[in-house]
Write a protein that binds this ligand. Structure first.
Ligand code: UFG
Length: 330
């Protein structure tokens, strides 16, 4: 197949491009490069620099690239920033996605895989969380993704647009050959911050809250490796293009969680020196525990994650950061 990967120069997008190429598909990337990197893509991949807020450019890109399917990653992703700038989040994530879907139905009505998030569940009643758990986002970011899921539902009904939604839990790690990895303009993720602290770029690690109702009092998350997540996209787009039922949502996680303290212990073990830790107050908006029930994606798409050991996951991220201490600009 020929895939258009929207947001393909970003962290998850670039790893997915790599896995799509590895199994024989071809790719055109559309990205505005606001947080993505040309260097994250093989030189042979066509890159169209365009913005989701530019509908004529989207239609032109679809008509010139003639993809068989689209994978849509492009979005703003920071929970905290979304609470301070809701307008920016709704414009980029909701209006941008709407423009893309409209361009697709007006040009080539091709299957679409959409990147959603565990943030649509908000404070879950219990874990592990199945896909039909109540959707009660606690952030603008989560709301924006849930709104797009609802828009997709309506486009499916009205226009017969085939789509699949993947809801990611905490994505981490890097390609094992450490040529691509995580490099966001603003760093907020636990593992990335810890590894940059190990490189001396920050003084210490703050543990955000130790009084949660979890086994050790710190927040628990389901850490899924970016290469496994990339494989989930390959499976999803192939199944949908092969005629699988449209309109399904799948959690992408491992089904077990690690606490902030466990993650920092793993980082200490991998880098070989303990980081200075400071225990502080809770970070507003953090739910105590977010762990996926991944049974649906395992049984229906054959998802079979390879990176299940926390130290092994952290090792791939460490190999990327220590060889690229300043990301793609290193
Ligand atoms: N944390 C710290 N110290 C830090 C950074 C993070 O204690 O320096 C804590 C956070 O407070 C949280 C946990 O580590 O309890 C994980 O935080 P991250 O920022 O790494 O990730 P989040 O769980 O907040 O969010 C991520 C994505 C979201 C997605 C969510 C789904 O950024 O987009 O996973 O589970 F919705």
């Amino acid at each position: 197949m020929h895939l258009m990967v929207v947001g393909g120069a970003g962290y998850i997008g670039s790893h997915t491009v790599r896995q799509l190429l590895a199994v024989g598909h071809s790719v055109t990337v559309l990205d505005n490069l606001s947080s993505g990197h040309r260097e994250a893509l093989p030189a042979t991949v066509e890159l169209i620099v365009a913005d989701l807020l530019d509908p004529p450019a989207l239609k032109a890109a679809l008509l010139s690239a003639k993809p068989d399917a689209v994978i849509h990653f492009a979005a703003l992703i920071e929970v905290g920033e979304s609470m301070r700038s809701p307008g920016r989040y709704y414009q980029n994530n909701v209006t941008g996605s709407l423009n893309l879907f409209q361009a697709i139905v007006e040009t080539r009505k091709i299957p679409l895989v959409f990147s959603s998030t565990a943030a649509v569940y908000g404070d879950a009643e219990s874990v592990p969380i199945p896909e039909d758990a109540p959707k009660r986002p606690t952030s603008t970011y989560g709301h924006s993704k849930w709104m797009v899921e609802q828009i997709l539902h309506d486009f499916g009904v009205a226009h017969g647009l085939p789509y699949t939604v993947l809801r990611y839990f905490n994505v981490c790690g890097a390609a094992p050959d450490h040529t691509i990895g995580e490099d966001h303009p603003n760093k907020t993720h636990l593992i990335e911050l810890a590894l940059l602290t190990a490189l001396g770029q920050r003084e210490k690690m703050f543990v955000n809250g130790t009084d949660y109702p979890t086994p050790d009092g710190t927040c628990v998350r389901d850490y899924v490796h970016v290469m496994d997540l990339a494989d989930a996209h390959v499976l999803a787009v192939q199944a949908l293009s092969g005629g699988a039922v449209s309109g399904q949502a799948f959690n992408v996680g491992l089904g077990h969680g690690f606490s902030v303290r466990q993650v920092l212990d793993a980082v200490d073990a991998v880098v070989g020196t303990p980081l200075t830790r400071e225990e502080g107050p809770r970070r507003p908006g953090d739910p105590p525990s977010l762990v996926a029930d991944p049974s649906r994606i395992k049984s229906e798409l054959g998802f079979d994650p390879k990176f299940t050991d926390l130290n092994g996951i952290v090792q791939t991220a460490w190999d990327w950061h220590r060889t690229h201490p300043h990301g793609f600009k290193s």
